[in-house]
Design a protein around this ligand. Structure first.
Ligand code: SAH
Length: 501
């Protein structure tokens, strides 16, 4: 089994630094299951190719009795694809031989490791049951151009058709460590037949390689957390072991959250071992929450909405579809989140620059443009809910979706004053986690919060007491609604208060 990595960066031989392997040398590394060789078929300043070739000794696989998923016929122990397919064995070798490159370490040239470079990765025999379409759905969202040719079962006998192996060529520009991490996770996921037993440590490996464990000064959620196929990838990588899959998906949702969004899903509502994976279970909790907020706004016949702490704009994206709304505004303290919101809303931009949003970061005193095209919404503002702000006024409804728990408790009264006291929208919708429900979250230690940035999480009694106080002090009435699956003892995962004046 073989992988070639080609770059045309200048000088291309920098690839040697990145891989920690000198282009002039051929090197071999003994593995328990065979030998990995690294060599450079070409190495000029213009173009450099490194090859990783793994020779598997099938007898070593038998000796170590590692073939857990061996197909159900006896000979399969001896006759199988492991010696030539680019499978989970290959990724083990990749992790060992190119470990530093995978982690993005390059002591001599640290800036080089972070630099995106033009890359072509070629893999002649990748086992992939879903064929070329599956390979594209996995690699294209990560920025690769994908060429995937099915390998015929027997080139001499075309009537036999294709095997489930692909000859895969990926072309793209990115840091080498990122490219290797994509292979490290996606090759075993495509293969779906791990040669070793999957245990808890595999969850950590997956999240680390998927960039979802933070660190490295990178505050993004990592590529796996934001991958549209993250459910499928996680399930396959972890050999469909439900317990680990649920833990990993919950941690990925948290990673996505840490960058500003409340997508924390609830992995434990169905705690049977056979619980279907997330994507088969209907809408996520975040989607249900947004749906519940929209339903309330519609029932209250809101004519304009300000989304306070809008994050990356999940609710705004839904609000812009509502033609009944005359004005939509998103506010957040985080410019990173607002940029994400801007990009999300920008997808529908007209080529002539008219889009579904106003120019980013309209100033505090900036004159609002005439609405012209009704789609030129919403307005995105940098601001804080704990300061009185004239721009918050003039909206019929305000939403604080999963925001109050991010405020220091000592600042809650300042938020109350700026929203309920000064801006005074007719309707205010507040959602926040129900702490009582946390015990259903597998892997969440007792007393811990669902998200690193939460300053507190309230029980239903605590939320009710706070909300009734706010309502009374500011001349509102408040009613409460559960969001998400309700448990007879703990209630629903999200609690919602609807304040009306
Ligand atoms: N409402 C969004 C995001 C919730 S995450 C959703 O439900 O998907 C909490 C958001 O509140 C983050 O985007 C954070 O930047 C924002 N936030 C925290 N403190 C804030 C403050 N004082 N003023 C405005 N936004 C704040």
């Amino acid at each position: 089994m073989l992988l070639t990595i080609t770059t045309t960066a200048t000088p291309a031989t920098d690839l040697g630094y990145l891989l920690h392997k000198h282009p002039d040398k051929a090197q071999s590394f003994e593995q328990s299951f065979g030998t990995a060789h690294v060599f450079y078929p070409e190495a000029t300043d213009e173009r450099c190719t490194a090859a990783l070739m793994l020779e598997v000794d099938p007898r070593s696989l038998l000796r170590s009795r590692t073939s857990v998923n061996s197909p159900d016929f006896a000979l399969a122990q001896y006759v199988n694809d492991r010696p030539f397919a680019t499978s989970s064995l290959f990724t083990v070798a990749l992790g060992r031989v190119f470990g530093s490159a995978l982690k993005g370490r390059c002591n001599t040239r640290p800036e080089l490791a972070r630099t995106p470079i033009p890359l072509t990765l070629a893999l002649p025999a990748v086992p992939c049951r879903g064929g070329a379409d599956r390979a594209r759905s996995l690699f294209e969202p990560l920025g690769w151009r994908v060429a995937a040719e099915p390998v015929p079962l027997d080139p001499g006998l075309p009537g036999w058709g294709d095997s489930h192996y692909l000859s895969l060529t990926l072309t793209g520009t990115m840091p080498l460590s990122e490219a290797l991490s994509h292979l490290y996770v996606l090759l075993p996921a495509m293969d779906g037949a791990k040669h070793y037993w999957v245990d808890e440590s595999e969850v950590d490996k997956l999240l680390r390689a998927g960039g979802a464990t933070g660190g490295d000064g990178d505050d993004g959620p990592g590529w796996l957390a934001s991958h549209p196929e993250r459910g499928w990838i996680t399930r396959r990588y972890l050999n469909r072991r439900d317990r680990y899959v649920r833990t990993a998906l919950a941690r990925l949702a948290e990673a996505d959250d840490r960058t500003g969004d409340e997508e924390a899903d609830d992995p434990a509502t169905e705690d049977t071992a056979a619980a279907p994976a997330r994507e088969e279970r209907g809408p996520s909790l975040a989607e249900q929450r947004a749906g519940a907020v929209l339903a309330v706004l519609s029932a209250e016949r809101a004519t304009s909405v300000i989304d306070l702490g809008c994050g990356s704009g999940k609710l705004l994206e839904r609000l812009v579809e509502d033609r009944a709304l005359e004005r939509i505004t998103g506010v957040d303290v985080s410019t990173v989140s607002l940029e994400r919101a801007h990009r999300a809303l920008c997808r529908g931009c007209h080529p002539d620059g008219r889009g579904r949003h106003r120019p980013l970061f309209a100033g505090a005193d900036g004159a609002r443009e005439g609405s012209g095209d009704r789609l030129s919404r919403p307005e995105l503002l940098v601001g804080s809910v704990v300061y009185r702000d004239a721009r918050f006024s003039g909206h019929d409804a305000a939403v604080l979706m999963e925001v109050v728990e991010h405020l220091d408790p000592s600042r809650l009264s300042a938020m109350e004053e700026s929203v309920f006291g000064a801006a005074q929208p007719r309707v205010v919708v507040v959602t926040t986690p129900n702490a009582e429900y946390n015990r259903h979250y597998e892997g969440l230690p007792e007393g811990a919060f669902r998200h690193d940035d939460h300053r507190f999480e309230w029980t239903r009694a605590e939320f009710t007491a706070w909300a009734e106080g706010v309502a009374e002090r500011n001349g509102y009435a408040v009613r409460f609604l559960p969001v998400g699956p309700e448990h007879p003892e703990t209630g629903a995962p999200t609690q919602m208060g609807v304040f009306t004046r």
